[in-house]
Design a protein around this ligand. Structure first.
Ligand code: 13P
Ligand code: SF4
Length: 332
């Protein structure tokens, strides 16, 4: 039995997306392009989105670039092809605009690893500490923060505090540990992590490197320290792309979510790119974010067509969460 639009709308909360039938032969690329123009909508996509979504997006970037783009867009509708905390950040920056997320269940294990009540108790127990949070956290966690950062600007944000300032860093312990080493600080770290970057296998990575001794390992700082120790370069998704382009090396083992390879292949078509291996024997032997991959072209089309699901942030929470995001943008 076909689901009616009304039934689909009432199921959004349980399903996460608007589950309506579309014609079998629908050309999503053509229809999405049409909707973009009709509705003055902009599609912002993260590098971890599936290839077709990256290709149809108006802007593809890392978390920082996407936040900057969201802050300056003059589109009426922002369609966020990424995960919930990213769309939420765009909504906080644009409270009057409609912000759509193709699948509301596109969450983030790292954000989930920092429950607000527990984090509030932690910050309350350390009142002399400033609170720096990685953008991969909920709006409620952002309200408890002095400043937000991304992997692109984290060193600069931390160094904006006096050397003797005590700092709590949350939620990513791996990024926090890396930043402590980079800045010579001793920040108190929240015990959170990204399951995608934690999934890399050091044994398989070292074996792969033995098979390709001419390759350089490049890694995202959400990876654990044993992976980062092997890396010739550590950086955000945008940083990894820049490095692959500028380096004289011809071969890279890339330790981050495999979606990055789509843009990397475009930017360095003549170089050899090998995804870093995970411990699991999954379909691509690489690390994929199941949350990011919840968004599909069909869900992108239906969310633009019916302008659902939209991401909303309660106004008082949005007002408080905006301050640390604005501080980050000023410092970036
Ligand atoms: P960046 O986009 O800052 O590199 O972060 C990667 C990530 O895990 C986003 O969820
Ligand atoms: Fe969250 Fe990790 Fe997925 Fe990024 S890759 S959205 S940090 S779970």
């Amino acid at each position: 039995m076909n689901t009616t639009l009304e039934q689909a709308k009432s199921n959004i909360i349980s399903k996460g997306f608007l589950d309506v039938e579309t014609p079998k032969e629908m050309d999503y690329v053509k229809e999405i392009e049409k909707l973009k123009k009709e509705k003055n909508a902009v599609i912002l996509a993260h590098y971890y989105q599936e290839d077709a979504i990256q290709d149809i997006a108006d802007f593809v970037g890392d978390s920082l670039a996407l936040a900057i783009e969201a802050a300056k867009t003059d589109a009426d509708i922002i369609v966020f092809a990424g995960v919930h905390f990213m769309a939420e950040t765009a909504k906080i920056l644009n409270p009057k605009k409609k912000v759509l997320l193709p699948d509301l269940k596109a969450g983030c294990s790292l954000s989930d690893s920092c429950p607000p009540a527990d984090f509030k108790a932690f910050t309350d127990a350390h009142p002399d500490h400033k609170v720096v949070t990685y953008i991969n956290c909920s709006a409620e966690i952002k309200t408890l923060s002095d400043v937000v950062c991304t992997s692109s600007n984290a060193v600069r944000i931390i160094e904006s505090f006096p050397k003797d300032q005590k700092i709590i860093f949350a939620p990513d312990k791996n990024l926090g540990d890396y930043l402590n080493k980079q800045t010579g600080r001793d920040m108190l770290l929240w015990d959170g992590a990204c399951m995608v970057h934690e999934a890399f296998s050091i044994e398989k990575l070292l074996d792969l490197h033995l098979d390709h001794p001419d390759a350089e390992i490049i890694a995202h700082p959400e990876s654990p320290s044993h992976i980062l120790k092997t890396a010739a370069y550590i950086g955000s998704t945008a940083g990894l792309l820049k490095y692959a382009k500028e380096s004289k090396k011809e071969k890279f083992i890339v330790a981050t979510e495999a979606g990055i390879l789509h843009e990397m292949i475009k930017q360095v078509p003549d170089k050899i790119l090998i995804p870093a291996p995970t411990g699991e024997n999954n379909s691509c032997a690489c690390s994929e974010c199941a949350y990011m991959k919840l968004n599909t072209m069909k869900k992108l089309y239906t969310c633009m067509k019916h302008e659902l699901p939209a991401v909303d942030v309660e106004p008082e929470m949005a007002r408080k969460a905006l301050l640390p995001i604005e501080r980050m943008l000023e410092l970036s």
